[in-house]
Design a binder for this molecule. Structure first.
Ligand SMILES: Cc1ncc(COP(=O)(O)O)c(C=O)c1O
Length: 476
């Protein structure tokens, strides 16, 4: 009897510490031995108490690591609705704001809630460095020579194998290595479009794509996106009927910035609709490996029967943005894409291709993903909770099931560019909503890079929330 009473008491004490915030989501609890000493109970009593808390999904055991506080069903703000629906084609206007943001990214003193860069603490930098050094020693001539496009064969084979998990059968011959995912998408746009052509894009969309469209003098139809379902397919279907569209650009998995992920059925519908209309799709899957659960989602390319989809990705979000290793599977546009790649820069850097190929083959990429997926899930949950706590009433926040960005919709009268100007001197960055549109929409929205969330940076979310509240009050 006494033992039953004791384990419950210990469990209740720990639950109270979690509820009171002494132990937060992701924190490691004291080991069984430590807890037994602290609570002055037997090891067995603590074991039973921990197992009781596990049953309640309050804590979880991680092999060879200990017990950790689970993400709780949080009190989260509501989710944003589907983005605006005006879809007239328009030219793209330049955004000085992006220039400002890119400058701030280089400022290491700033808290990087701005750019979507991974948490350096979650990159196996030393291991990658060792692999790089060994690969360059073992393949000295290859490492200093051109890895002429299509690029390192072993790397292309490894990517082909990996993408089986996304439902794709890609051989090395169907892939070209690029300098990051950016080059992959830029090449695809250049292959498919001529100045003045119209491109349909998901909206909001990653701001660098907006810049590319502007540089290539393209006209754009912004297709609304829902944070839960992704691209609005009926709107795209109507746009295809009434416009001559050169191609469509979609981030199908955990899109940047909203984090939406299209279901298999919707990916299939998208692939078939575009194939039927004879419109190629540039599909960006850079966040596909960052699903917050164990399985990664499929890509629309899995339903591509005619080589109509140009699938683009990179290892910038999962391994190392500085390695600049990306790739494209350009389908039936292989020849033109290869030609453009060769003409523009012959090859991407050889050493990092060697290193990523080795990491994929023998470096434990799957294990690495398991660790970072969990970490990003916890970071986003905690950050969303903090936003709910500090931001003005009526603020909405997305709940992505992958990636590490959060999209926040503030009350309609707050201009997040004003907010950006106010916090620039306070060593914080974020990405104002307007840069994710070709026509300056989303002025009351912003994107946070949740990879840089930590309790240490809570003050920054609190400060931003306070300033947003002040802006709200000024407007009313
Ligand atoms: C959706 C998306 N595609 C492409 C890129 C660019 O990736 P890379 O650094 O590999 O060029 C990013 C970077 O943030 C992104 O978010």
């Amino acid at each position: 009897m006494e033992k039953t009473y004791l384990y419950k008491e210990v469990a209740e004490r720990i639950a109270a510490l979690v509820a009171g915030g002494t132990f937060r989501t992701g924190d490691r609890l004291p080991s069984i031995r430590e807890m037994s000493r602290q609570a002055q109970v037997s090891i067995n009593t603590v074991k039973v108490a921990y197992s009781h808390l596990e049953d309640q999904c309050l804590i979880e055991a991680r092999p060879q690591s200990g017990y950790y506080v689970c993400p709780r069903p949080l009190e989260l703000p509501r989710e944003p609705k589907i983005s605006q629906r005006n879809i007239e084609p328009q030219g793209v206007s330049s955004s000085k704001l992006v220039g400002r943001l890119m400058k701030d990214i280089l400022d290491s003193e700033k808290i990087q809630f701005g750019a979507a860069i991974p948490d350096p603490a979650l990159i196996p930098a030393k291991k990658l460095g060792r692999i790089l050094a060994v690969a360059c020693r073992n393949h000295a001539l290859e490492s200093i020579g051109y890895a002429t496009a299509p690029g390192n064969t072993r790397l292309r084979s490894q990517i082909g194998r990996w993408m089986l998990k996304a439902g794709c059968t890609l051989s090395a011959d169907e892939l070209i290595i690029t300098t990051g995912g950016s080059e992959a998408v830029f090449l695809a746009l250049q292959v498919l479009c001529r100045p003045g052509d119209t491109v349909a894009i998901g909206s909001p969309i990653y701001f660098n794509f907006v810049q590319m469209l502007q540089l290539l003098k393209l006209r754009v139809i912004e297709i609304p996106t829902s944070p839960t379902e992704g691209l609005h397919l009926d709107t795209l279907r109507n746009a295809l009927k009434t416009n001559k569209i050169a191609c469509c650009v979609v981030i199908s998995n955990f899109d940047n910035p909203m984090g939406s992920c299209m279901t298999d059925a919707r990916k299939q519908e998208l692939a078939e609709m575009l194939a039927g209309a004879g419109v190629p799709l540039i599909e960006d899957d850079i966040n596909g490996d960052l699903s917050h659960c164990d399985e990664r989602p499929s890509v629309a390319k899995a339903w591509d029967r005619e080589g109509n989809i140009l699938l683009c990705s990179s290892f910038s979000k999962t391994l190392a943005p500085g390695y600049r290793v990306g790739w494209i599977a350009p389908g039936r546009y292989m020849e033109e894409t290869l030609h453009r790649k060769l003409v523009s820069n012959i090859a991407s850097a050889s050493p990092t291709q060697l290193a990523v190929a080795e990491f994929l083959a023998n470096g434990g990429y799957a294990h690495h993903l398991r660790v970072i997926r969990k970490a990003y899930a916890i970071k986003l949950a905690q950050m969303a909770e903090a936003i709910g706590r500090y931001f003005p009433e009526g603020t909405r926040v997305t709940r992505p099931a992958g990636g590490f960005t959060l999209w926040i919709e503030l009350p309609a009268d707050v201009d997040t560019v004003d907010l950006y100007s106010q916090v620039e001197s306070r060593k914080i960055t974020f990405a104002p909503g307007r840069i994710f549109s070709t026509r300056g929409k989303f002025r009351n929205c912003l994107r946070f890079n949740g990879a840089f969330w930590s309790e240490k940076n809570r003050w920054a979310v609190e400060l931003l929330g306070r300033m947003a509240k002040e802006l709200c009050m000024k407007q009313s």
